[in-house]
Ligand binder design. Structure first.
Ligand code: PLP
Length: 423
């Protein structure tokens, strides 16, 4: 096989191959990205924000936005983010705790490479964001350990048992292990971790001195109510006697403005902030995304980001509520799902004897609909065969309505055929 990469002149990630969202008649319910319609206002908004930012740079700031930025990002940028997320989370975000990144993907890589012993462990939920698993596998000396997931979050007994039997004293890095999770509107299961589970995670992290890295990319997309705490980091209270700083929140604008912007932030406790700020990777390049961060800060200063995020939120909410209402009414008996309270994803469980991969082949053939089957989200081979994930983010309400109805009807006939074959 030739290893030469054939130039396909793609315009985005879902443009070609198996993911092609433009393939005729195929409805791809797998895409975890904002729909094209939701990105449309961005050109106008970014034109205004760019003019605002660059005029100020030229007139008042000696064009320093083009210089290596301060490691965490400028105070002005972090201040805008802190102000907005303090309001959205309903709890204080301090600008001095923030480090600008190029998105949650890079945030995870940066933290892994800087704070975790390479002979250590990464604990993950038994089903988790599949591409995070791919990124972790690049660290070939780190062992990835799956943890049982319940309806209200990770199984604390399983977490305790697995960390206690593996713990060691790291001589090279701050932490011997990391627990990577998505506690708020989990990918792929849609779960919101309960306050008790969040408290339990923090307690164990302090007791066994591991780091908890939370991908907090869906947190403000709450469609039913604001959770008690909008991010797990709040449970790691600085006023606690045994506070050390075991939780990092890994945020991103990918889902609420646009993934092409490649801008995110880490919210980090003080001791770890010092270590990250002094790392070679950040010192060498300065702020990871100084230019874009400046433009996005203007987007907030002009109140354009706030209005845009509010409208994207309304679209997602309508899509989620529409899709879950249809599933509640039309998903055949024997299948299960729990309506997510926020985020992008719905996780559907088929009856024991069925295989989601086979069902996907069936729906592709008969209804021209695709989604992602469960095993893609598991580190353990063969796990998750009964599950599949659909996303509400990419398609319009109308397409989702039609697609979900056809999906349910395909499931009914697939179940009938499978039952016949087994007779
Ligand atoms: C849990 C999770 N983390 C990270 C990402 C990617 O984030 P970013 O675009 O900020 O790198 C995604 C995108 O699907 C995600 O679902």
């Amino acid at each position: 096989m030739s290893l030469q990469n054939k130039e396909q002149k793609l315009k985005h990630l879902f443009d070609g191959g198996a993911w092609n969202v433009y393939a005729p008649d195929i409805l791809n319910l797998g895409v975890g990205a904002p729909g094209t319609d939701l990105l449309e206002p961005c050109c106008d908004l970014f034109q205004q924000a760019s003019a605002h930012c660059l005029n100020r740079e030229k007139d008042d700031n000696q064009s320093l936005i083009f210089q290596y930025g301060p490691t965490s990002g400028t105070f002005e940028v972090r201040h805008q983010l802190a102000q907005y997320f303090t309001q959205m989370y309903g709890s204080p975000v301090n600008s001095e705790d923030l480090i600008i990144t190029t998105g949650a993907t890079q945030g995870l890589h940066f933290v892994l490479s800087t704070l975790i012993d390479f002979n250590g462990f990464i604990f993950v939920d038994e089903f988790t964001y599949m591409i995070a698993l791919d990124s972790m596998k690049h660290f070939t000396t780190l062992q990835i350990v799956p943890l049982k997931l319940n309806d209200d979050g990770v199984d604390l007994k399983d977490l305790e048992a697995k960390v206690s039997e593996r713990r060691f004293k790291s001589n090279s890095k701050e932490f011997w292990a990391m627990y990577y999770t998505i506690p708020t509107y989990h990918n792929p299961t849609g779960i919101l971790f309960s306050p008790d589970v969040c408290r339990g995670i923090v307690k164990l992290a302090r007791k066994f001195d591991f780091l908890v890295l939370c991908d907090d990319v869906y947190n403000i997309l709450n469609y039913i109510e604001k959770p008690l705490h909008s991010r797990l980091l709040s449970y790691d209270a600085r006023t606690d006697e045994d506070f050390a700083g075991n939780v990092i929140s890994n945020g991103s604008f990918s889902k609420i403005i646009g993934p092409g912007v490649r801008l995110g932030w880490l919210e980090v406790p003080p001791l770890l902030k010092l270590q990250l700020d002094r790392s070679g990777i950040i010192m060498s390049g300065g702020c990871f995304n100084n230019y874009t961060a400046g433009i996005v800060a203007s987007l907030f200063e002009l109140q354009l980001a706030q209005t845009h995020i509010a409208s994207v939120y309304e679209a997602y909410k309508e899509r989620m509520l529409t899709t879950t209402a249809i599933l509640k009414a039309e998903l055949p008996e024997g299948c299960q799902f729990s309506a997510p309270r926020g985020g992008y994803f719905i996780w559907i469980k088929l009856p024991e004897e069925l295989d989601a991969g086979e069902f996907m082949e069936y729906t592709l053939k008969h209804e021209k609909i695709t989604f992602i089957a469960g095993p893609r989200f598991a580190i353990e081979t063969g796990k998750g065969k009964q599950y599949f994930r659909i996303s509400i983010a990419f398609h319009s309400k109308e397409k989702l309505e039609d697609g979900t109805k056809r999906l349910c009807s395909a499931l009914k006939s697939f179940m009938a055929i499978t039952a016949d074959v087994k007779l």
